[in-house]
Design a protein around this ligand. Structure first.
Ligand SMILES: Nc1ncnc2c1ncn2[C@@H]1O[C@H](COP(=O)(O)OP(=O)(O)OP(=O)(O)O)[C@@H](O)[C@H]1O
Length: 579
């Protein structure tokens, strides 16, 4: 493809000069033929016409070739655009996959990612296109130069002098445009966010009911107006200067025009040469300004690409661990004096210690924001403790091989993802090895109590979920939770199962059933359950009460009731509600 591009560029670059030269031959040929026809001993008309007509045909052929090369260039460029855009997008997404959760939550990095994505498909291609356009125009310019120098080297100089000021101002404004783009990037992100809220099915319900359209749209407009003021200022200045300095180009053209006319009338140039020089000067001017525009455009593209490089070169945490087995298999999971603060935040977990042996069940209870989910994020190594350590089978989590660890832990978070995919694949994501395995989907769905309603769906396990795609079905909150639960059952090899509020949206009968199945299924596994419902928590072998990042009570349900502390108080409160 690159070879084709280079060839077409060469042809499209050289031929315009050839066309101008043939044009000169034609005019001179015509003038000569007319002279001959005026004499008394004129040969037959056809004889004088033939050479000129051949030249006309040649000119036609050259123009045809230029058109062909130009088309060839366009076709190859648009294919390149598709491929290059895709390649860059894949690079961006691949990189996103290696970033840690903490990096994702860092707004500055997120900003880089969004900016990179927004410019991804256009800038790299722009750079390639401009390189070829520069090459093509430089070749044209070179060949025009060869012709023009024969008239006068001064003409060449005038040509260059006329174009330079526009170039300098363009380069300056490119830099300014880029700085503006960077400056407004947080606001643009807010705009994108508002667009999402106003136009996506998952938020539109609330937006409508609360009547937020006007409010959000107003905010959207306000951001636009603020950004637009800056943009208008820059555009007006850019175009104003472009026009004023561009006039210089027109001026030099007409000066050269006058000069060529004078020379022709004085007899130094033939009519054909005059036509050729005018054409060469005109086209040379546009080739030169196209080259210079390409250079300043390349500079601008490079500025934007620097943002892409910055993002791609973002250091990622090394996954240094290699252990696939623990030092003391069967020891289970230990938190040893673990404390944690989110990056840039204050400490949210303080000195947490716990021990969970294989086959044991643990429940975490505590107020909103007490740190339960955070504890699970540490266990799954989405974050690392700021102090203390977490040990699985005698080996620090940090020393575990990432894949081996992932295989052992199955987690369903409160805010599990509702994939806009067929229902079967929504289960399959629970185990990438069995992503397409229908038998495993069904097995998991039976455990998670999702099998019944899935079979009633129009296309069973192949029914599309969500509203983004054709025939997508929406599920109820409880049904979604059953899907999430089944997803956890897909992880057959995991021996640590974590459910973070898995049944909040289920009806009581379903919830009771879910837990009796869960216990049966996970007899030999370690289970951690987070719930605000004491009916689900009470049967756990170990219950931890978390308060403001500390474990304040621990024991079985009976022990905790006997202690008559926070747990007992909360339990009675909830029990009273049911009486
Ligand atoms: N990504 C985050 N970055 C910074 N702080 C966070 C983040 N996630 C949670 N926090 C803070 O950490 C604390 C504990 O949050 P966590 O989600 O662990 O609570 P929780 O006990 O699971 O609450 P809930 O019962 O509401 O689910 C809260 O004060 C919260 O503001």
């Amino acid at each position: 493809m690159m070879l084709g591009l280079a060839l077409c560029t060469l042809v499209a670059g050289v031929l315009p000069a050839v066309a101008a030269w043939v044009g000169q031959l034609i005019v001179d040929g015509v003038v000569a033929a007319m002279e001959v026809q005026k004499t008394t001993s004129a040969p037959p008309l056809a004889q004088s016409l033939a050479p000129v007509l051949w030249l006309v045909a040649l000119e036609g052929a050259v123009i045809g070739l230029i058109a062909m090369a130009q088309r060839g260039l366009d076709a190859q460029k648009s294919l390149l655009r598709a491929r290059l855009g895709h390649r860059v997008n894949v690079m961006i997404l691949q990189k996103a996959g290696t970033l840690s959760l903490a990096q994702f939550e860092d707004s500055e990095l997120y900003d880089k990612l969004t900016r990179a994505r927004r410019e991804a498909s256009t800038r790299p291609l722009g750079l390639v296109n401009k390189t070829f356009s520069l090459l093509q125009n430089a070749i044209s310019l070179g060949s025009f130069g060869v012709l023009l120098v024969q008239f006068s080297p001064w003409a060449l100089l005038i040509l260059v002098a006329g174009a330079l000021p526009v170039f300098v101002s363009e380069a300056k404004f490119s830099g300014e445009a880029f700085r503006l783009f960077r400056w407004r990037s947080p606001q643009s992100r807010m705009q994108m966010y508002l667009e999402t809220v106003l136009a996506r099915e998952d938020s539109i319900k609330e937006v409508k009911l609360f009547g937020l359209e006007g409010l959000f749209l107003q905010r959207y407009r306000a951001i636009f107006n603020r950004l637009f003021t800056e943009e208008r200022r820059l555009t007006l200045r850019r175009e104003g200067w472009g026009f004023a300095l561009g006039l210089l180009g027109t001026l030099t053209f007409y000066a050269a025009y006058g000069w060529v006319v004078v020379e022709t009338v004085a007899g130094a140039l033939t009519l054909g040469q005059m036509t050729m020089y005018l054409m060469v000067f005109k086209q040379g001017q546009s080739a030169l300004s196209a080259s210079l525009t390409a250079i300043s455009g390349m500079y601008e593209d490079n500025l934007y690409l620097s943002n892409l490089y910055e993002y791609l070169e973002q250091p990622v945490e090394e996954e240094a661990g290699t252990a696939t087995r623990g030092q003391t298999p069967g020891d289970g999971l230990r938190f040893e004096n673990v404390s944690f603060a989110y990056p840039g935040g204050k400490e949210v977990l303080h000195g947490i210690s716990l021990h969970l042996t294989p086959g044991q069940s643990l429940a975490l209870v505590g107020e909103n924001g007490s740190g339960k989910t955070t504890l699970i994020k540490l266990l799954t190594r989405l974050y690392s403790p700021t102090a203390g350590r977490i040990v699985l089978d005698g080996t620090d989590l940090r020393d575990w091989d990432a894949v081996a660890l992932r295989e052992r832990v199955g987690v369903i978070f409160q805010d599990f993802v509702r994939y806009q995919l067929p229902v079967g694949e929504n289960l399959g994501v629970g185990d990438t090895h069995a992503f397409d395995d229908e038998a495993r989907w069904k097995h998991a769905a039976r455990h998670g109590m999702a099998d019944d309603f899935i079979r009633d769906m129009p296309e069973g396990y192949h029914t599309q979920l969500g509203r983004w795609f054709k025939n997508g079905q929406e599920l109820s909150g409880g049904q979604w939770q059953k899907i999430a639960l089944s997803r956890a059952y897909m992880r057959e090899n995991a021996d640590i199962l974590v459910l973070d509020e898995p049944t909040a949206a289920m009806d009581p009968a379903a919830e009771a059933e879910v837990f009796s199945r869960f216990r049966q299924h996970s007899r030999d596994k370690m289970t951690i359950l987070i719930s605000h419902r004491f009916s689900t928590v009470r049967s756990a072998e170990q219950i931890l009460v978390v308060d403001a990042g500390r474990i304040i009570e621990r024991g079985t349900h009976a022990e905790l009731l006997a202690q008559n502390g926070r747990y007992a108080a909360l339990f009675r409160l909830q029990a009273r509600g049911y009486q």
